[in-house]
Design a protein around this ligand. Structure first.
Ligand SMILES: Cc1ncc(COP(=O)(O)O)c(C=O)c1O
Length: 502
């Protein structure tokens, strides 16, 4: 498919006001990099490997090593006359593809997008209303920026332990109770592919006079095929963090930050520009930047391949539905008011009918069948296919149907405990003097750490919150369960906790 080249509107003030021709069949950054690789005969600068073929790194990367070039290279990152560079053109194309006013390329993942966003919104107010299933980079960013999270508990499937999002009504109630909050921040889609009602959430946030930030780490591919959910930006979000490497097809660790078009764009755009150098390397990887440019080109121009990925997973789902041992866990998930749509590139299979928990099934699929599945809970496994990637569907189906015919397994998912009250602000708690005490003696003390039992991975305690007996019991029980894991714990059994020194 070929796209008409057209001129970028003048409103795009990224480094230069000069118009950039938009042709999505091109990958200007990657093409400029290729020209450099074929024309430069001698390299005498960083990176110090100099693309020398007689190095271990060259054995690993082959010709790709030559694509690892220094920043601020003329003809790629900059133009001597100040006209738009290949990097400017690549970012402009990405902004156009996702429907953004501006797009920034990130080389330290969506984590960098979250850290940057925290720093960039600090001037809007100290409190932020946020879904409690926020990624750890949001908690860290809030500590760095001095933000206090007002958390809203996401919906959690009580049978399968899957996390969804929050509803517009729940956001409305939280913003009404905290009128001084400077922004609203939600995670959509969830790890399980549940997409929130972003248009409704954006409407609520705007009615309360605050921007809506969406952590769309798991939805970088949204909007690039009619059967995929619309992306958050096109549904009214003001700032979107996107982990392009997850399902969007770029290299690991590369991501994007997209700015929306609404009333907050001027303010947020300027503050992102100031915050980004605080989280970026001055030597961003050209390989990662080129990967983002090429991923955008493929997403826009190879819709037929995305259709193949979707059709392939649909056939896998149909094959597993025909086997009474399996249930497709997303089939009835839209009954939950917090779920607006489901990502068709996620395959969520309830394996309990085989007599195996999701964790056991994932282990078997890996060791007995050579199939790597993204993640598992007690009840389900979650597989995924990147948009436009080919899946060996028959091998995947054979691996699932090769699982045992055991007695159906019941697993007990414990309801999440109510978090303790906030005693200290997040930043003070995160950087305070601390001590480590036995978990039972931590009850009534103030937590210095963030701890989240998996699944579902929603933080049970955040820095500055009181540690309750209910939370301690839950963490210890979660850690003791087969495959139990508590992220942030000092030891696997949660025998000790780090608290603020009195
Ligand atoms: C919701 C969410 N946001 C952000 C991130 C961070 O993404 P990255 O690994 O690209 O830094 C993750 C990682 O899994 C995530 O699940």
């Amino acid at each position: 498919m070929r796209y008409e080249a057209r001129l970028l509107p003048d409103r795009f003030p990224d480094r230069t006001n000069r118009p950039i021709a938009l042709d999505h069949a091109r990958a200007p950054y990657a093409e400029a990099l290729q020209r450099y690789v074929t024309t430069i005969g001698v390299r005498a600068g960083v990176p110090g490997h100099l693309a020398d073929p007689d190095r271990g790194l060259a054995d690993l990367l082959g010709g790709a090593l030559a694509w690892d070039i220094p920043p601020l290279t003329d003809g790629i990152d900059t133009e001597p006359d100040g006209s738009p560079s290949a990097l400017d053109a690549a970012r402009a194309l990405a902004a156009d593809a996702w429907g953004a006013r501006r797009t920034w390329f990130l080389t330290n993942g969506a984590s960098q997008g979250n850290l940057t966003t925290c720093l960039a919104i600090r001037h809007r107010g100290e409190q932020i209303v946020v879904t409690r299933s926020m990624h750890s980079s949001v908690t860290d960013g809030m500590a760095l920026a001095g933000l206090t999270p007002i958390t809203v508990m996401p919906h959690v499937d009580p049978i399968r332990g899957m996390t969804h999002g929050i509803t517009p009504d729940e956001l409305d109630a939280a913003l009404a109770a905290h009128p001084q909050a400077g922004a609203a921040w939600v995670v959509s889609p969830s790890y399980f592919g549940a997409v929130s009602d972003i248009a409704g959430l954006a409407n609520v946030a705007h009615t309360h006079g605050v921007p809506l930030i969406v952590d769309e780490a798991w939805g970088a591919h949204f909007g690039f095929h009619p059967d995929l959910p619309t992306n958050a930006l096109r549904r009214g979000a003001d700032l979107v963090v996107s982990s392009t490497h997850k399902l969007g097809g770029s290299l690991g660790q590369s991501a994007m930050l997209h700015l929306g078009h609404g009333d907050f764009a001027d303010d947020l755009g300027a503050s992102i520009d100031r915050a980004l150098p605080m989280t970026s390397s001055t030597s961003e990887s050209s390989l990662l930047l080129a990967g983002l440019d090429l991923a955008r080109r493929d997403l826009v121009t190879r819709t037929d391949r995305i259709a193949d990925s979707i059709a392939s997973l649909t056939r896998v789902r149909d094959a597993l539905r025909a086997d009474p041992r399996f249930a497709i866990a997303t089939d009835d998930v839209t009954d939950d008011r917090a779920v607006h749509a489901i990502d068709p590139l996620r395959l969520v299979v309830d394996t309990r009918g085989t007599g195996l928990t999701g964790h056991e099934a994932r282990h078997r699929l890996f060791h007995d069948h050579g199939v790597h599945i993204e993640m598992s809970t007690d009840a389900v496994v979650v597989a995924l296919v990147g948009a436009g990637s080919h899946l060996d569907e028959q091998r995947l189906i054979n691996a699932f149907t090769g699982l045992p015919h055991g007695t159906a397994r019941d697993v007990i998912i414990h309801p999440l405990p109510e978090p303790g009250d906030r005693v200290l602000d997040l930043r003070t708690a995160r950087f305070a003097d601390t001590e480590i005490v036995p978990a039972t003696e931590a009850i009534g003390r103030v937590s210095a750490d963030s701890l989240a039992a998996y699944p579902p991975g929603v933080p049970n305690v955040l820095p500055g919150e009181a540690i309750t007996a209910e939370v301690v019991d839950f963490l210890i029980a979660s850690a003791a369960a087969p495959h139990g894991y508590v992220r942030g714990s000092l030891d696997p059994e949660v025998t000790v906790l780090r608290v603020i020194r009195d």
